[in-house]
Ligand binder design. Structure first.
Ligand SMILES: *Cc1c(COP(=O)(O)O)cnc(C)c1O
Length: 352
C-alpha cells in the first residue's frame, strides 16, 4: 500500500490572512516539552498548573490587572463562551440577553446558541460600536455588554470606557474581546485594559499576536468570584471543582504561552507592534497610491476595495488573502508578514 501523502505543515510565506502566526522559537520548544501534560488535572500535573498561574499573572501584566483571575483556554472562542456563561449564570434571568456591536466575532453566536442567551447586536458607526445604539437594546433581561478591542474584520477598538460605564449603570457584566488586539494594544493610545475602564472580564489570546503555539487562548477576570457561578464538582480528580469549559486541556499551550510572554514582554512585543504597524501603513499607502479605497490601519490590519474575483486570482498565486463580509480584501500584518513579502504581493497586484 502506498503511504498516505502528507502535506507539509503550514508555511507562512504567503499568508496574509491569519490571526495566528509562527510561534516564537522558545514557545515552540516549550510546547514540545509539555505535550503530555494536562493542566485540567492540577493535582497530578503540578508543574504545568504552576505555569498556568504564571501565564495568568503575565496576562494580567499585559492588561494592567493586579491579582488577575483566569485561565488558559483553548482559544478566544472558549473564552468568549465562558464570559457569556458568567454573565448568564450570575444573573439568574430566565430569558437573558447580551448586547454587542455588529462587529463582534462569530464566537458570540456560538455562545448565544449553546447557552440559550439572546445575542442582540447594535449597528456600528465607522466600524466601531455605537454606544447609543447599544444602550437602546438594553432591557431588564440584559445580563452583559460586549466590547471589541481589535475587531476581526477591520481591526478597530470600540469606545470601551463608555461601554463599561453603561454596564456599571445597569449592574451587568462588561466583557472585552481583545483576542487578537491584546498583544498590540499596550503600545497604542487606545483605552482598552483593566486600568482604563471598569471592565469585568477579557479575552486575550497568546496564540494570536502573542506568538505562542496553538492552543493558547486566555480568559481573565477582575475577581476570582466572577468564576464562582461556573464551578462544577469533579468527583474523580484531586481538586474538587473545575471552572473551565474543556476537561483535559493542553499543557503545551500553557507552557508555550509562558515562554512566549517571558521572551517577548515587553520590548519584543513593542518592536513587533512597531514593525507590523509600519508594514500595514506601507501597504495602505501603496494601495491608496493605486487608487483604491483603503480603511486602516488602526491596528496592523488593512482592508481595501479590491474586488472579490481579484482576491480569488491572488489565491491562485498562493497568496492567502481574505475578504470582509462586505467583500473588501483584508490583509492582516501579523508578525510573520515582512516588508519583502508585502513588496512582492504589491508587485503581483500590479501584474494584474
Ligand atoms: C480570533 C478571534 C476570536 C476567536 O478566537 P479563537 O482562538 O479562533 O477561538 C474571538 N474574537 C476575536 C476578536 C478574534 O480575533
Amino acid at each position: 500500500m502506498q503511504p498516505v501523502q502528507r502535506a507539509e505543515p503550514q508555511s507562512f510565506d504567503r499568508v496574509l490572512t491569519s490571526m495566528c502566526t509562527e510561534p516564537h522559537p522558545k514557545a515552540r520548544e516549550a510546547a514540545e516539552r509539555f505535550l503530555a501534560t494536562n493542566p485540567g488535572d492540577p493535582g497530578t500535573y503540578e508543574t504545568v498548573a504552576q505555569l498556568e498561574r504564571e501565564a495568568v499573572e503575565l496576562l494580567g501584566t499585559v492588561t494592567q490587572l493586579e491579582n488577575p483571575a483566569g485561565y488558559i483556554t483553548s482559544g478566544g472562542t472558549e473564552a468568549n463562551i465562558q464570559a457569556v456563561r458568567i454573565a448568564r449564570n450570575r444573573s439568574q434571568r430566565s430569558e437573558p440577553n447580551i448586547v454587542a456591536p455588529d462587529s463582534v466575532h462569530f464566537s458570540f453566536r456560538k455562545a448565544a446558541e449553546l447557552l440559550g442567551v439572546e445575542l442582540r447586536t447594535a449597528p456600528v458607526k465607522n466600524y466601531r460600536a455605537n454606544v447609543e445604539a447599544m444602550n437602546e437594546l438594553i432591557d431588564e433581561d440584559t445580563v452583559g455588554l460586549i466590547a471589541v478591542a481589535g475587531s476581526t474584520e477591520y481591526g478597530v477598538v470600540d469606545p470601551i470606557p463608555s461601554i463599561a460605564e453603561l454596564a456599571v449603570d445597569h449592574d451587568i457584566l462588561c466583557h472585552v474581546d481583545a483576542a487578537w488586539g491584546g498583544f498590540f494594544l499596550p503600545f497604542t493610545d487606545f483605552e482598552w485594559d483593566f486600568s482604563d475602564a471598569p471592565i469585568d472580564t477579557m479575552t486575550i489570546d497568546p496564540h494570536k499576536a502573542g506568538q505562542a503555539a496553538v492552543p493558547a487562548g486566555g480568559l481573565l477576570a477582575r475577581s476570582e468570584r466572577l468564576f464562582d457561578s461556573l464551578a462544577i464538582n469533579t468527583p474523580y480528580l484531586e481538586t474538587t471543582s473545575q471552572i473551565t469549559l474543556t476537561g483535559t486541556r493542553s499543557g503545551a499551550g500553557v507552557a508555550s504561552a509562558v515562554a512566549a510572554m517571558e521572551a517577548l514582554w515587553k520590548e519584543g512585543y513593542q518592536e513587533q507592534y512597531e514593525r507590523s504597524m509600519a508594514n500595514a501603513e506601507w501597504l495602505a499607502t501603496q494601495l491608496r497610491d493605486r487608487g483604491h479605497d483603503v480603511f486602516g490601519p488602526e491596528l496592523p490590519l488593512v482592508t481595501a476595495d479590491l474586488s472579490v474575483p481579484m482576491t480569488d486570482e491572488l489565491r491562485e498565486r498562493d497568496w492567502r488573502v481574505s475578504k470582509t463580509g462586505a467583500g473588501e480584501m483584508r490583509i492582516v500584518c501579523q508578525p510573520h508578514v515582512t516588508r519583502s513579502m508585502l513588496r512582492s504581493f504589491v508587485a503581483d497586484l500590479d501584474w494584474y
